[in-house]
Write a protein of this length. Structure first.
Length: 229
């Protein structure tokens, strides 16, 4: 029987309140609530993902550390933004590829917010060299790309998302049969969930199941940049 989820609706209530009180004084007054209802439960969830992830997607890492692990910082980087609100109003969990410290490798991401939750897999805004390698792999082996993109289990769970160029990328003809995908600047797939999904006992197997469904895309992307998956 699956273990109880460490996530409760209190996490989403905190994020909703934070969205309406996004300032340092409010956050300081609610720091205990942040720790109790958000950070500790999310670290518990990451810890529960660690062992099954090693079996299902061993190249991805679930690291349950208060800083420097899979839990992304709640503090926003406002240096180059017109929006100076200090805190993110979502929880981000990054399951990075083991090669990510050396190359911008495909990974997985879990997003929890009051109004949107999802699991994502792939590459969001890959570096120029990584993007070029993915496009080259699609152009040189379109059958393999279509097998990954159109895999039944993958398409039942995920939808390709992200942004694309308005014109054809350099070195690719506008009439190339795969031009729609060659124009992508994000190779990311998203599986929507709900806040209540995260409170159910089966949330860990659900996330692991989604990452298994994402394997065709992840394997293609990793093969394209010559890293294992």
């Amino acid at each position: 029987m699956p273990a109880a989820s460490p996530i409760s609706l209190k996490l989403f209530e905190f994020l909703d309140d934070l969205s309406r009180n996004n300032d340092r004084d409010w956050f300081a007054a609610n720091k205990d609530r942040y720790e109790r209802d958000l950070r500790e439960p999310v670290l518990d969830l990451i810890g529960q993902l660690e062992k099954p992830l090693r079996r299902s997607a061993p190249m991805l890492q679930a690291i349950a550390k208060r800083s420097g692990g899979s839990l992304m910082r709640i503090h926003r980087d406002t240096r180059f933004s017109k929006d100076k609100t200090p805190y993110k109003t979502n929880v981000g969990i990054s399951l990075r590829h083991q090669a990510d410290k050396d190359i911008h490798a495909p990974g997985a991401y879990i997003h929890l917010a009051y109004d949107e939750c999802f699991v994502a897999a792939g590459c969001w805004r890959p570096q120029r060299e990584t993007l070029a390698a993915i496009r080259k792999a699609i152009a040189h082996n379109p059958k393999a790309w279509r097998r990954a993109r159109d895999n039944r289990k993958f398409r039942e769970s995920f939808q390709l998302s992200g942004e694309s160029l308005k014109t054809s990328p350099r070195d690719y003809d506008k009439d190339h049969p795969e031009i729609i995908d060659l124009r992508r600047i994000d190779f990311i797939a998203v599986a929507p969930l709900s806040p209540t999904d995260f409170t159910k006992p089966d949330i860990v197997p659900k996330i692991i199941g989604l990452l298994r469904d994402a394997k065709p895309l992840m394997r293609f992307l990793c093969d394209a940049i010559d890293v294992p998956y």
